[in-house]
Ligand binder design. Sequence first.
Ligand code: CA
Length: 227
Amino acid sequence: MIILLVEDDRDLAANLGEFLESAGHQVDYAADGSIAIQLCSRNRYDVIVLDVGLPGMSGLDVCRRLRTEARVATPVLMLTARDLESDVLAGFEAGADDYMRKPFSLKELSARLSAIARRGRASGGSLSVADLVLDVDTLSVRRGEARCSLTPSGLRILEVLMRTAPGVVSREQLVELLWGEAPPASDAALRAHIHLLRQAIDPPDLPRLLHTIHGVGYRLANDADPR
Ligand code: CA
């Protein structure tokens, strides 16, 4: 894979870069956010490793700008100093695909990178549940006439829920979908993704479509519909 590593800590960057190169990857470095954005506009990467604590523009701002201004869809793995639920949410809201808390094991990082880089989406047509519609080609989501803004992981979760609806998708299936062989230690990340997805597709004035099945998983259905 061709990897962009955005990390201002030189020792950590060197250590991580050496490890990834020895595993057969090609690595470009950026020590701050503006260099990272420049590199992304010139080159195509398979995955971006992005430190949150950067001088000047934070990693969250870098990610947001990559997604909204530069229209870069490359998977992003964030490196964070903390993994409070609020930090995790902020990272996903900025458009990150996954995060790891420092210090991390190099082996685990490598597994997580492969998992997010592998995530491809099936294409073709549109999926719908009640008035919620996902166009699988353009990845646009609408609830009625209103456009919903989803994170990359939110889209992946929604697609599986829609394909399975009104059936239940287990938490384990979603963890496998998002993280493959390298699931995070706590379920905070999955809960954060579901929270953001619910905010995006279930406005308070409309019937709720995303239901939590406690201890099992999640399902999408309009419970006003007879089943
Ligand atoms: Ca740093």
